[in-house]
Structure formats: C-alpha cells, structure tokens
Design a protein around this ligand. Structure first.
Ligand code: BV8
Ligand code: ZN
Length: 254
C-alpha cells in the first residue's frame, strides 16, 4: 500500500539526488503488454520452466524448446510491444541530466525504443541473434520467418547453431555491462529499482550494493521483494503511474 507520504518521500529523494541510477526488470514492460516472469497468473515461467528452456546447457543440448518459446511467446508479444509512460519517464529523467545510467535486466529493447541512450543491458537483447560458430548477426524478424518452416533455425552463413544474444541461466553476464553497472552502483547517490522481483543474481545484488555504498534506495514494485527492508522508500504502484511524477520532480516541473 503506497501512502502519499511514501510518494512525497520518494519525490524528496529524487529532488535532492544528482546522480540517479535507474534499474529495471520485467515489471516496467508489463504495461506494454509484455508478461512478467514470476508474479501474474500468465507469468511466463509457469508455462515455460526457465531451468529447462532458458538454461545454457539445455539450449546447447536441445535448442528446440527455447525456439518454440521464442516463436510462441517471446517474438509475437515483444515485436508488437511499445514503450509506456514508465519507459518515457526514464527518458525524461535522462534528458534532465539526472539519470546517467539505466541498468536493465530486460531483453525487449523497449528502453532504447523509448529514447533512452544510457541503457546497460545486463541480460542482453533478444532482438539480436548471433551464430555460436561464426558470429554472424541475424535479425529477430528473419529468424522468426525461418521458424515458420524449421524447429531449429540454422545460421544463414555457416548453418551452425544460432542463439538470441540473451544471458541464459548458467551463463555469465557480459563483462562490459557488468563494468558499467559496477560504476553506476559505486557512483550513484540514488538507486531507483523498478519492476523487478529482485530474485535473479547477480543483478539482484545491485540495489543492496548501492545502498551499502551510501546511496539512497527507492523500490517501485507491485509485490514485495527480498530487498524491501533495505529501501528508503517502497512504492507499491504501477511504474507507468509513479515514474512520470518522479520525472517531473527530476526536471523541476513539480
Ligand atoms: C550467472 C533470459 C554464473 C531468458 C534470464 C546467487 C544466488 C542464487 C542463485 C544464483 C546466484 N548466482 C547465480 C545464480 C543462478 C541464477 C539465478 O539467479 N537463479 C535464481 C532464479 C535463483 N543466475 C544465473 O544463472 C545468471 N548467471 O550467474 O552465471 C556464471 C558466471 C560465469 C560463467 C558462467 C556462469 C544468469 C541470470 C540471467 C538469466 N536469464 N532470462 C529470457 O529472458 O528469455 S532470467 C529472467 O529473470 C529475465 O532476464 C528477467 O529480466 C530476470 C529477472 O526477472 P524480473 O525482471 O525481476 O521479472 P519478474 O517477473 O521476476 O518480476 C517482475 C516484477 O514486476 C514483479 O515482482 C511484479 O510485482 C512487478 N510488476 C509487475 N507489473 C508492474 C510491476 N512493478 C511496477 N509496475 C508494474 N506495472
Ligand atoms: Zn554461422
């Protein structure tokens, strides 16, 4: 339950912060129609067990399941999704010079589509599909077209195995993104975590690390997270409602 004092407190923290690190999970794309993983009854992982389909060892052994997931769930939803007010509010905060970093666990590319230029993709981006053998780049549209007539699309150059440029379970996170995120965690004076259940590591450690290093912590999430107790403010409201208010404060309009 969010009280106006919680909201006022969050606005005060944004007003007094100069280097805000944004951090997002699937929840910020929920209002764009992209199902989240763990909270709603249409949650993806109830239908598709991630330890089976989104684990790198299983993908290497049999990519059929993941490509079925991509064909049935990922591509149809994400290719039609558009940024919402939550994504746009973070663009406004960046434009106001108050949000130098936007760390995301999301792979849908909606932050970039909204106009954010400071995106740190911890878990990659499903619009990019690469060959594991020769590195050839494939667009997600052309791979989706291939899936019309094959269960496991081959590389268009060497016929090798291709994979979305997404971090699967059991895969390390990209070193450049981890370095940028570490800089954000160390240098920010306010960490704004939005729409994440904060259960997937090592991303889930970042809000806590920022707090330990002296930043204030705001968590915007519709359900409790394991790190709520460390937050200065928790807002149980939709990101698309709350973030525009915080953006108005950041750009001096409120
Ligand atoms: C690694 C790709 C090592 C596929 C994903 C330490 C402790 C415990 C476990 C581990 C650990 N270290 C590593 C692990 C294992 C594992 C892990 O964390 N397991 C968990 C589940 C226990 N981590 C890994 O395997 C990571 N790799 O550490 O490798 C290594 C190192 C070197 C070399 C080799 C190996 C890899 C993690 C990434 C896995 N990839 N997906 C795909 O996406 O197709 S995970 C998946 O979860 C997504 O990437 C997603 O982004 C991520 C996190 O989920 P959330 O974004 O938080 O989404 P969720 O649905 O959970 O929550 C949404 C929230 O929004 C909800 O709470 C809801 O209430 C809220 N909400 C809804 N609507 C709104 C809203 N809030 C606001 N407004 C709204 N409108
Ligand atoms: Zn290839």
């Amino acid at each position: 339950m969010t009280t106006t004092t919680d909201l006022d407190r969050a606005c005060d923290l944004v007003a007094s912060a100069s280097r805000i690190a944004g951090f997002t999970g699937a929840g910020i794309s929920a209002e764009s129609g992209v199902p989240t993983f763990r909270d709603s009854d249409d949650a993806l992982w109830r239908k598709y067990d991630p330890t089976v389909i989104a684990h790198i060892q299983n993908f290497r052994r049999d990519p059929t399941l993941y490509w079925e997931f991509f064909r049935e769930a990922r591509y149809p939803v994400m290719s039609r999704a558009h940024p919402n007010d939550g994504h746009r509010a973070l663009v406004d905060m960046e434009a106001a010079g108050r949000l130098p970093w936007l760390i995301t666990q999301n792979i849908d590319g909606l932050h970039q589509a909204a106009g954010s230029s400071n995106v740190i993709e911890l878990h990659g981006n499903t619009r990019r599909i690469l060959c594991l053998e020769c590195g050839a780049k494939h667009g997600w549209d052309e791979v989706y077209a291939m899936l019309e007539h094959t269960a496991v699309p081959p590389c268009k150059v060497c016929e090798g195995a291709i994979k979305p440029d997404v971090v699967f379970f059991g895969e390390g996170l990209p070193a450049p993104a981890m370095r940028q995120a570490a800089r954000a965690v160390a240098d920010c004076d306010l960490f704004l975590a939005v729409g994440s259940s904060l259960v997937v590591y090592p991303a889930a450690m970042m809000p806590l690390e920022a707090k330990v290093r002296g930043a204030r912590l705001i968590i915007v999430n519709m359900t409790p997270t394991p790190h709520d107790g460390h937050a200065d403010v928790v807002l149980r409201q939709p990101a698309g409602q709350v973030l525009p208010m915080l953006a108005e404060v950041a750009s001096g309009q409120r």
